[in-house]
Design a protein around this ligand. Structure first.
Ligand code: PA5
Length: 443
């Protein structure tokens, strides 16, 4: 399992920060493992890497293969937990430049994750003259953003390929029984995949929600699940040497010591969307009842030239969790320059990775000296197995952490407030009274 280096917490926390939470962690573990805590009917993800539906998994692989053979692009329509996981994994394992690279898998475009006209128009422009398929993903099947985008891409596909042709290019991932998307998929005869009842959106990346687009992008989903399975077995073991216990306890101890913000940092730009996925995971799971660490993220070393100033000397409200990968895939060494006008010959012949590592070491010490506690997680590689394990690590630690905090980590009641206002302002039937109230306030 990964190593979580907690040594840079010692200037900030009492020596017993972990041991003093061992009983609470054992209790949180039991709640997670048995599904008997708050929100326990949404803990299907805990044993998913072992218990996942193998027949559906084979259908996902077959559908991905079909998409790879008949499509130059795949449009993934979904928002929140129905989008972030797939994008996180594709970018982390492949690259943020995945679509620009030479490959034998389709370009992947994400749509329906907002309401921007220009963003949607851009995706339409990029796919309309190419062979493409659509994977529409919505657990509830009623979320406005993906529903609107899907209407548009469905019409585009039907115009291009006819109703029947479009039917063979639309894949719907949704609830097994209910919701408008399920009804539509059944009526139109789309191939459907299931978001299990007991898995919430932000914990769904290892279901068809994430697996179909990830497989279509040519990533080995068997290896992804194998990595998650190994993590599941390792992290179920009780004890203060368990890195998920350490991470959950450290977050709780730092929160109780007055820290209000956790910054997730990485020195790999391909990690950016993984951090977005992590923000949703922790933000939606813990930010409720007036409680919870605010999850933020930075990309180093780029953000050392922007947020670095605040982190070093601004209000002392944060700690950092740094994710590092043991080895880069490529090797670049810094060339010798006989003129040495830039004064960099002291680095000639050195690997760029060596420079990155020294930056990381120097930043950690500078930030700790500046009052920012530091946790450091080392992941062996940017491959499917390690990323599967990393997903499971953060999910499991999130469940533990939520229970330590005393919240239900598996609901998101706050998301409804904006939806109700938006429905009312749009004139959705049934919202007339709220519409009148809101418009009176806005006028
Ligand atoms: O984590 C969650 O539950 C949310 O972020 C949902 O994933 C998001 O609101 C999208 O919901 P749905 O999949 O029902 O369209």
């Amino acid at each position: 399992m990964f190593k979580l280096d907690c040594s840079n917490l010692s200037p900030f926390l009492p020596a017993d920060w972990l041991d003093s939470r061992a009983d609470a962690l054992a209790h949180a573990r039991a709640l997670l493992e048995t599904g008997s805590g708050a929100g326990g009917n949404f803990t299907g993800w805990v044993h998913l890497p072992r218990d996942y539906d193998k027949a559906e998994f084979a259908r996902i692989q077959a559908a991905a293969q079909k998409i790879r053979s008949d499509s130059q692009a795949l449009v993934v329509v979904g928002i929140g937990g129905s989008y972030l996981g797939a994008r996180a994994v594709v970018e982390l394992i492949h690259s943020p430049n995945y679509n620009l690279r030479k490959k034998d898998s389709p370009d992947i475009f994400f749509a329906g994750n907002g309401l921007s006209t220009d963003a949607l128009a851009e995706v339409i422009e990029l796919v309309k003259d190419r062979d493409f398929s659509v994977n529409v993903i919505s657990k509830s099947g009623t979320t406005t953003e993906p529903a609107v985008a899907f209407r548009i891409f469905k019409a585009l596909l039907e115009e291009k390929y006819g109703k029947e042709g479009a039917q063979g290019r639309i894949y719907a991932t949704t609830d097994a029984r209910k919701g408008a998307l399920k009804g539509l998929a059944d009526a139109e005869g789309y191939e459907t995949f299931v978001v299990p009842d007991d898995v919430g959106g932000r914990f769904s990346v290892l279901t068809a929600v994430g697996l179909l687009p990830i497989a279509a992008a040519g990533i080995d989903i068997q290896a992804l699940m194998a990595g998650a399975r190994q993590a599941m077995d390792d992290l179920a073991l009780p004890g203060t040497d368990n890195p998920a216990w350490q991470y959950a306890a450290a977050r709780h101890a730092l929160y109780q010591s007055g820290k209000s913000t956790e910054i997730l940092a990485c020195y790999e730009p391909s990690f950016r969307f993984f951090a977005e996925w992590w923000k949703q995971l922790y933000g939606e799971s813990e930010g409720k009842e007036g409680k919870g660490l605010f999850p933020a993220s930075v990309e180093f070393t780029a953000d050392l030239h922007s947020m670095g100033q605040y982190i070093q000397q601004g209000e002392r409200l944060m700690f950092e969790t740094v994710v590092g990968f043991a080895q880069p895939r490529a090797a670049i060494s810094i060339p010798h320059d006989p003129d040495n006008v830039d004064g960099l010959n002291f680095l000639s012949g050195k690997a760029l990775e060596f420079v990155n590592r020294q930056a990381m070491r120097g930043v950690t010490l500078a930030h700790v000296d500046g009052g920012v506690p530091n946790l450091s997680l080392t992941v062996p590689a940017r491959d499917a197995e390690s990323v599967g394990a990393l997903i499971y690590f953060f999910e499991y630690a999130c469940g533990l952490s939520g229970y330590l905090l005393g919240v239900n980590p598996f609901d998101q009641p706050g998301v409804e407030a904006y939806k109700n206002n938006m429905y009312a302002l749009l004139g959705k039937p049934g919202y007339e009274e709220l519409k009148a109230q809101l418009e009176a306030r806005l006028d």
